[in-house]
Design a protein around this ligand. Structure first.
Ligand SMILES: Cc1cc2nc3c(=O)[nH]c(=O)nc-3n(C[C@H](O)[C@H](O)[C@H](O)COP(=O)(O)OP(=O)(O)OC[C@H]3O[C@@H](n4cnc5c(N)ncnc54)[C@H](O)[C@@H]3O)c2cc1C
Length: 145
């Protein structure tokens, strides 16, 4: 775990820019965004159960910062993915709707108090709605791995 923190690409104090390399539409208002890490062996450095802050501009050009949970783990090297539901009038949704391959996203983290250690508990109960599935998906993936 410590090595992930040391080698991770996140900075809890400053935003860092990551390049969008793939955008895949999953439904009419949900898309998967794949961002490149600095090297093919880099890890994001996000403890399981934690999230990142993403910074963008709304339709008025004003800065907006919102939390998101990558659906990838640190075992996925060289990239990380975000699955985003875009709301018609959502402020950060506007930023993601406009984001094109080759653009950069400003990200800061890790954020959050919950930290899951594999084997920490015998059973997990989860309740999630809509895009709230993303943190659950992250923890579920770590069970499977
Ligand atoms: C820990 C955490 C992790 C998260 N992870 C994810 C994730 O992985 N993926 C994901 O998609 N989301 C995730 N979210 C939710 C995310 O942070 C945002 O809340 C979400 O993307 C909406 O932000 P927004 O700025 O686009 O919408 P907002 O601007 O906050 O709008 C929210 C709602 O209000 C409506 N609205 C806004 N303005 C108006 C208006 N003028 N008139 C009428 N309606 C209006 C919008 O249409 C929308 O339905 C996460 C949240 C948390 C707390």
């Amino acid at each position: 775990m410590l090595s992930y923190v040391l080698l991770g690409c996140l900075d809890p104090e400053n935003f860092r820019e990551f390049k969008l390399v793939k955008r895949q539409q999953l439904s009419h208002n949900v898309a998967k965004f794949t961002f490149e890490l600095p090297t093919p062996t880099s890890v994001l450095g996000l403890p399981i159960g934690q999230h990142i802050s993403c910074r963008g501009k709304d339709s008025q050009g004003e800065e907006v910062i919102k939390p998101y949970t990558p659906t990838t783990l640190d075992s996925d090297v060289g990239h990380f993915e975000l699955v985003i539901k875009m709301y018609p009038q959502g402020r950060m949704s506007h930023h993601f709707r406009e984001l094109r391959v080759g653009d950069y996203l400003a990200v800061k983290g890790p954020k959050g108090r919950f930290r899951y250690q594999p084997g920490q508990v015998r059973a997990f109960g989860m309740i999630a709605g809509g895009s709230g599935i993303t943190p659950m998906f992250q923890v579920c993936q770590s069970f499977v791995n």
